[in-house]
Design a protein around this ligand. Structure first.
Ligand SMILES: CC(C)(COP(=O)(O)OP(=O)(O)OC[C@H]1O[C@@H](n2cnc3c(N)ncnc32)[C@H](O)[C@@H]1OP(=O)(O)O)[C@@H](O)C(=O)NCCC(=O)NCCS
Length: 208
């Protein structure tokens, strides 16, 4: 993988996190060198995950789409990936894309083998902190109305306006800075300090 990071790469979003099932993951902003691994993850994902994530079929994996997904300004468009520190393999991704000055659409996917351990929750809370710091005050999410984990994530973020129509739910959630900061603080205070930000001494680059 290409180890280079774009000039705007926000290293402060690198984290090592212990999940509720005891496993460690590394979280970091996405980089252009993730494109091949992301393409592979989408190609090999199970049908249910793809259906829930893309509400239908995934778009064709063109070089343009992969560039769009991996080359971000970390401002209006931001994504975090989670990797398994043992194998280096990506196990989750969450992103937001601003749709207006103050609203961004958020989406997340976690490898089935890494679910129900708080990984999506951690990614979304960190994304919410990044969004607030960049002037984005509201997350929108579009999901299958029966997608209970996403409904729980929306509730955890504070609920908000939700419209359910023809099997699809659309939620608009105002981001509460006090609540988001408390949630991120809770990640950082986990036993063994594993939610801490990585320091330069820990890390040599995004694909370590
Ligand atoms: C949605 C998804 C990202 C959740 O990932 P995760 O890491 O398992 O989520 P978390 O462990 O952080 O759990 C989030 C909440 O969902 C709940 N949850 C997780 N899996 C659940 C399930 N199978 N049934 C019911 N609730 C579930 C958790 O209890 C938690 O709720 P809580 O905060 O009230 O305890 C994951 O299921 C996934 O990748 N699904 C396929 C893609 C998708 O649906 N993406 C969303 C499109 S926007």
């Amino acid at each position: 993988m290409d180890r280079s990071v774009p000039p705007a790469y926000p290293r402060e979003y690198e984290r090592e996190l212990r999940l509720s099932d005891g496993r460690l993951v590394r979280l970091r902003p996405i980089v252009p060198g993730d494109a091949a691994q992301l393409a592979d993850a989408i190609r090999t994902a199970d049908a249910d995950t793809l259906h829930r994530r893309f509400i239908g079929s995934p778009p064709p994996l063109t070089p343009e789409l992969l560039r769009h997904l991996c080359e971000l300004d970390y401002g209006r468009r931001f994504a975090l990936v989670a990797t398994d520190p043992v194998t280096g393999r990506g196990v989750a991704i969450a992103r937001y894309e601003a749709t207006t000055d103050e609203v961004a659409e958020v989406a997340v996917a976690v490898d089935p083998g890494w679910r129900r351990a708080g990984l999506a929750t951690a990614l979304i809370e960190l994304l919410a902190e990044a969004a607030l710091d960049r002037g984005i005050a509201t997350f929108s999410a579009c999901y299958l109305a029966g997608n209970r984990p996403v409904a729980s994530l929306v509730d955890r973020l504070g609920g908000g306006r939700r419209i359910i129509k023809e099997g699809l739910a659309e939620a608009l959630v105002g981001l509460d800075r006090v609540r988001v900061e408390a949630a991120v603080h809770e990640l950082e205070e986990r036993p063994e300090g594993r939610g801490r930000a990585l320091t330069a001494a820990d890390a040599a680059g995004p694909d370590r």
